[in-house]
Design a protein around this ligand. Structure first.
Ligand SMILES: [Zn+2]
Length: 351
């Protein structure tokens, strides 16, 4: 871990010291308002899929579901994995990497867009399996990978039973394996190719996107939202405790300015028409925030208002649970409520 970023990796609890609830401090991400999953029939492994020259999509199959959580392998002289997925996905991920002949000493790096467990829960185990790989992470997330104790206990309060039945936990990563990515820092993939880190807070304050110089694809994590192929609708991902509407919209504008060729979502897959997608993501954020804010001001149930306004119609029942886990109204309502409350408190303090 590089010392020059210690000042940024401040304690999230201190940072949020005036917040009302401190249970969901760092580790929310997605909703736990689904039934705990015991004995789920899992689909067979999905072979890695080539998205572009030097880019493979790996289905990490959270919960045994296909096309819900993606990792991406950037091939070449110095291969780098983007997202490990949850700890429960590690066997699937390792089998996929093995199937393409990637040996224990062949992976140069692992980068996570942010430290929510569905993205970074596998980091410790993947770092152990690939002892030469550097682990890249945002300054505001790095200490949680070195010592996941608080991240995991925080996740336990947010996810409930799903922590163990769906996500798994997080094994620590040795500090000398961790590398803090600064905004616009480039990870060297070899052969003149690089992966540029784009600081993109909003969904979480420890969120980065990664822009590949070769393919032109932007790996956007959760900053653009969630669009599961089986659901077919782009929904925002606005969880507590960090969600910030202004930052989220600014991150979308940053992405647009970079003119990516395509945008790869963690949930799920590569989408073309990046400018159209980013415009849609902005519109969707604003629409959800408007519905949530008006319910909040009227003292109505925010999640109920969001469910009513943005009901998923024509989606098969077996796919609805996936949508609820990854972009559910309860998690989004809680994040939006917290954002409005924080804004109002800050306005009050300023006035
Ligand atoms: Zn996610």
């Amino acid at each position: 871990m590089r010392d020059d970023h210690q000042h940024d990796a401040h304690d999230a609890r201190d940072h949020d010291a005036d917040d009302h609830d401190d249970h969901d401090d760092v580790a929310s991400g997605h909703s736990h308002h689904v039934v705990a999953r015991d004995g789920v029939a899992t689909a067979p492994p999905v072979p890695p899929r080539r998205l572009a020259d030097g880019v493979l999509e790996l289905d990490t199959m959270l919960g045994g579901w296909t096309q819900v959580t993606a990792g991406y392998l950037l091939e070449g002289p110095r291969p780098v994995l983007v997202e490990t997925g949850a700890q429960s996905s590690v066997p699937t991920l390792l089998a996929a990497l093995d199937s393409i002949g990637l040996g224990p000493h062949d992976l140069a790096g692992v980068v996570v867009t942010h430290i929510h467990l569905d993205h970074a829960g596998g980091v410790g185990d993947v770092a152990a399996a690939f002892p030469d790989a550097t682990v890249y992470v945002h300054a505001k997330g790095v200490r949680h990978l070195a010592d996941p104790t608080r991240l995991v206990s925080s996740a336990a309060t947010v996810y409930g039973d799903l922590l163990d039945s769906l996500y798994g936990r997080l094994t620590p990563t040795a500090e000398d394996r961790l590398h803090v990515l600064e905004d616009l820092e480039e990870i060297d993939l070899g052969g003149g190719r690089s992966l540029c880190a784009v600081d993109s807070p909003g969904h979480a304050k420890h969120h980065l996107a990664l822009h590949d110089s070769l393919s032109g694809i932007l790996f956007a994590g959760d900053a653009v939202g969630v669009r599961l192929p089986d659901v077919g609708v782009l929904r925002p991902a606005t969880p507590p405790p960090d969600f910030d509407l202004h930052q989220a919209r600014a991150s979308l504008r940053r992405f647009a300015e970079r003119s990516p060729v395509g945008i790869a979502l963690a949930h799920y897959g590569l989408l073309d028409d990046p400018q159209g997608l980013l415009a849609e993501a902005d519109e969707v954020l604003v629409d959800w925030a408007e519905v949530a804010e008006s319910a909040w001001r009227d003292g109505r149930d925010i999640a109920g208002a969001l469910s009513g306004a943005f009901a998923l119609t024509g989606v098969a029942p077996e796919h609805l649970e996936k949508a609820e886990v990854l972009s559910g109204v309860h998690s989004n309502a809680a994040g939006l409520r917290r954002f409005f409350e924080t804004e109002e408190r800050e306005r009050g303090a300023a006035g």
